[in-house]
Design a protein around this ligand. Structure first.
Ligand code: LLP
Length: 423
């Protein structure tokens, strides 16, 4: 459920008509519903709380999905932690008021300066993905004379389905250590004076719409916790990652958070660990829409129709990158009959196509459309490709809206470039 709905023939975000935002801020523009962000977080938390076996888990929102500081502030106020993958994301989480002891630092290639920053800030766990990384963390912790809280990200080698570019849990993927490496490295970490191994983690992919791969991975993780304990090692944390899919309207209905929580409760029953989850898409995707204006409709003599928008692949790259589906809705109701058309942006690549043969009313120049379910991996993946200024973001709460990242001016876009001295 989300808070985008048609009222008196006009698509609103909460109580604000999207036309008002488009007129005030210009297009393209991302619009987020605070009530939906809150609802998604609370639904997930309540689903987990329904099972005593799950204790009081850490819900570390995956910042990469939507890293706007206002979005993070909304979640921080609800008690969210943050799953981060760079110093930049840790800084964003801290700037939003997420306490360091709720920040997880993940990622396959953390740089020395980033690890120093994370350890000094006091993050609650660094998810270690390889032996060289463990050695680097140990050396830095020794130099800083502190204890590094480490959790081993294990690659559970399961097939998660979904798009190959976002599957992470197969042995051939770059992520995490194997089960045998985890046992060896955990024991080594336990013997190291500056490392505190706290537990193990996994994350098998994103937009997963079936519980079976999660369950297979989580059962393997439980086995690993038991094996480590049998080795005489203390294991207090189990981080189960993110990845639960959301409805994009064309895909199979994903399991509900309640179904997911019940499955996790079955798997971890009696294990006595503090759980952590890293949901991103589930919180943010359906809380956001990208609003664009029609530049014109172009009809080829042989019949192919193109709806050319002022949004492009640099603003929302998911269709070009993962062939992903976003529902496209006219912001103002129209009586024009729907017909199949290709919805495209102005960027000079055929890949800049949002949808092919999509059934939409023949909208005129200036009409507004909304790309639904664009709150996750939308603005966060935007670029200035084709020298199009970075797309702005707006947060709505009730009848208020605020620009939470403004559109840079052309002067600002050029300001960081210094012509080489010899030119
Ligand atoms: N934890 C880790 C370690 C991750 O790598 C990710 C996402 C998450 C949590 C959050 O996963 P989620 O709950 O959002 O599925 N750009 C792609 C998605 C990339 C996901 C990368 N990792 C897309 O637009 O579909």
């Amino acid at each position: 459920m989300n808070h985008f709905e048609v009222r008196s023939g006009e698509l609103h975000c909460e109580d604000v008509p999207l036309t008002r935002i488009a007129d005030a801020v210009g297009t393209p523009v991302y619009v987020y519903s605070q009530a939906t962000l809150e609802r998604h977080f609370n639904v997930f938390r309540e689903a987990l709380h329904a099972h005593a076996a799950l204790g009081e888990p850490l819900i570390a929102y995956a910042v990469k999905a939507n890293s706007n500081v206002s979005v993070l502030r909304v979640l921080a106020a609800l008690g969210a932690g943050a799953d981060t993958v760079s110093e930049g994301e840790i800084r964003r989480a801290l700037a939003a008021g997420i306490p360091a002891d709720r920040i997880v630092f993940s990622g396959v290639g953390k740089r020395r300066a980033e690890i120093e920053f994370a350890l000094t800030a006091g993050v609650c766990e660094i998810n270690v993905e390889s032996e060289p990384e463990l050695e680097l963390i140990a050396a830095i912790a020794e130099q800083l004379t502190l204890q590094a809280p480490v959790v081993f990200r294990v690659n559970p080698d399961v097939e998660a389905g979904g798009h190959a570019k976002i599957a992470t849990g197969k042995a051939e993927n770059k992520f995490g250590v194997s089960f045998s490496e985890a046992r060896r490295l955990y024991a080594a970490a336990a013997a190291h004076p500056h490392l505190s191994p706290l537990g193990v983690a996994c994350h098998i992919g994103s937009q997963i719409t079936d519980l079976a791969p999660f369950e297979a991975a989580f059962r393997k993780m439980r086995g690993l916790v038991e094996d480590l304990r049998a080795d005489g090692l203390a294991v207090e944390r189990l981080d189960l990652g993110g990845g639960l899919g959301v409805p994009y309207f064309n895909a199979p209905e994903p399991p509900t958070p309640a179904d997911y929580a019940a499955m996790v409760a079955r798997v971890v029953e009696g294990l006595d660990v503090r759980l952590a989850f890293e949901p991103g898409r589930m919180i943010a995707a359906n809380a956001g829409a990208l609003i664009a204006r029609v530049i014109h409709r172009h009809e080829r003599p042989e019949g192919r129709k193109f709806l050319v928008l002022d949004a492009a692949m640099n603003d929302l790259i998911r269709p070009a990158m993962y062939e992903s589906f976003h529902d496209i809705r006219p912001v103002l109701a129209t009586n024009a009959p729907p017909e199949p058309m290709d919805v495209v942006g102005p960027v000079c690549e055929t890949g800049d196509t949002f949808a092919q043969g999509r059934s939409l009313p023949a909208l005129d120049s200036g009409a507004l459309v909304a790309f639904m379910s664009a709150g996750a991996y939308g603005a966060a993946m935007a670029s200035e490709y084709n020298s199009r200024p970075l797309v702005p973001e707006v947060l709505v709460s009730g009848d208020k809206f605020a620009v939470i990242r403004r559109r840079p001016t052309y002067e600002e876009m050029l300001a960081d470039e210094t012509p080489a001295g010899w030119l």
